[in-house]
Design a protein around this ligand. Structure first.
Ligand code: FE2
Length: 426
């Protein structure tokens, strides 16, 4: 007897009428039209069953702090960093944990069950590190939370930067972070990349650096990051986050850079909601979009994922943990409006992001964890278009969240009452 049998589901690859059999928290079988005895049965009615959403780039130590102690008036990255500096001395572990847990509840409701969060290691107290390690422990039954040691003030620029980051790794933080474009000079930025990659190689850690989050076309730390990944044998273990300067780089230089990134196995994370609001702030008109070159990176064979980055914090006052909103903005900013392009944007918040995080047993296939989302949409394109309701969210076969289907009841003059939920076909 199966624990759970889902029938008549559509999968992200387009297969319809599929049955997913679940036993002991794992997918036992994915077959068309299977019927078998099960403790629980769920008719998906042709809706999309997708692996859970993954956010590969977030800042959980700052989330839900919008307005504390004031809002970001200029909307720039640099005022956001300054504002975070004003907020840090006021932080308490309890308040930070409470806000992070509240966000994790939102995430689960939206089917977001794996998050890579950067945690600021600049402060010698490592208050945020301890707090997020506690959050990681508490949410473990629902969310895979991966922590990145992130020296927000610059690992070389701030006193004790290297020591604090190393202590954070000793405490159990999973990934080595960095912020080379915020170091004092280009040379220091490159030195920080080398030092941090060597530290990761020594300790067997993954790397994920904020890299070139700037409109400066000469911010080229991604080149050093790719070179170091190759030199140290870290292929497939290194990620460059943001890489917004690539938007403004010379095309000839980029034609040399893309193969280097691909050959070094470095993944790239764009953060569309943040990139489109923070970048181009020094421009008058025309204003640059500032997001990295997503379709070109994908075409070059680079694994590209999308992150949320911020929700209601010193950098961004919007957001709700909805990775479909991230994908929706991503396809607009990158102009990935073909059917294939839209599906690639869906992959950027699911399978590609899971690869960045090195998640095991992820996907809708026999042997994978039964961790998936039933969406009120018939395919990935429609899911993004509607930012579709998460009807059911399962983790390892257990129902964690459900949301009633979205419907509008219409009372139109001269017509019988009817209901609509904006599905285009079927
Ligand atoms: Fe970030």
């Amino acid at each position: 007897m199966l624990d759970l049998l889902i029938t008549n589901a559509t999968l992200p690859d387009g297969r319809a009428g599929m049955s997913i059999a679940v036993q002991n928290g794992r997918i036992a079988e994915v077959t068309e039209g299977l019927d078998a005895p099960a403790h629980e049965k769920l008719d998906a009615q042709g809706m999309l069953l997708a692996p859970h959403f993954v956010d590969p780039h977030f800042h959980m130590d700052a989330t839900l702090s919008y307005g504390l102690p004031r809002v970001n008036e200029s909307g720039t990255l640099l005022e956001g960093i300054a504002l975070w500096g004003e907020l840090k001395p006021l932080l308490t572990a309890d308040a930070l944990i409470e806000r992070a847990l509240a966000y994790c509840d939102w995430a689960v409701a939206k089917g977001l069950l794996a998050i890579r969060t950067h945690v600021d290691t600049s402060d010698a107290s490592l208050l945020a590190v301890d707090a997020l390690l506690e959050v990681k422990r508490q949410v473990a039954p629902c969310i895979d939370l991966q922590l990145v040691a992130f020296p927000q003030d610059g690992v070389l620029r701030s006193p004790g930067g290297v020591e604090n980051l190393t202590r954070a790794l000793d405490k159990g933080v999973d990934v080595v972070g960095g912020i080379p474009h915020f170091e004092r000079t280009m040379a220091d930025g490159a030195a920080s990349v080398k030092l941090l990659c060597e530290l990761a190689a020594e300790r067997g850690k993954l790397v994920d650096m904020h890299c070139d989050e700037s409109d400066d076309p000469l911010s080229r730390h991604i080149e050093t990051l790719a070179f170091e990944a190759q030199r140290l044998g870290l292929q497939g273990r290194v990620t460059g986050s943001h890489c917004t300067s690539m938007h403004s780089m010379d095309n000839y230089y980029v034609s040399k850079l893309l193969p280097l990134i691909a050959q070094s196995g470095v993944a790239v994370i764009a953060n569309p909601l943040i990139n489109i609001t923070l970048q181009g702030r020094h421009d008058t008109y025309p204003k640059r979009r500032g997001m990295t070159r997503v379709p070109e990176l994908m075409a070059a064979g680079v694994n590209v994922a999308f992150g949320h980055d911020c929700v209601m914090d010193p950098w961004y006052g919007m957001g709700s943990g909805d990775m479909l909103e991230v994908a929706h903005m991503g396809l607009h900013v990158a102009q990935m409006t073909s059917q294939a392009g839209i599906r690639q944007c869906f992959e950027a918040v699911t399978t590609n992001a899971a690869r960045v995080m090195h998640l095991q047993d992820y996907g809708i296939a026999a042997g994978c964890d039964a961790s998936f989302v039933l969406l009120q949409a018939r395919d990935a394109v429609e899911a993004i278009r509607l930012r579709a309701t998460r009807l059911k969210v399962f983790r390892k076969g257990k129902l964690l969240a459900e949301t009633p289907a979205a419907t509008a009841t219409l009372h139109l003059p001269g017509r019988a009452a009817s209901s609509s939920w904006m599905i285009s076909r079927g």
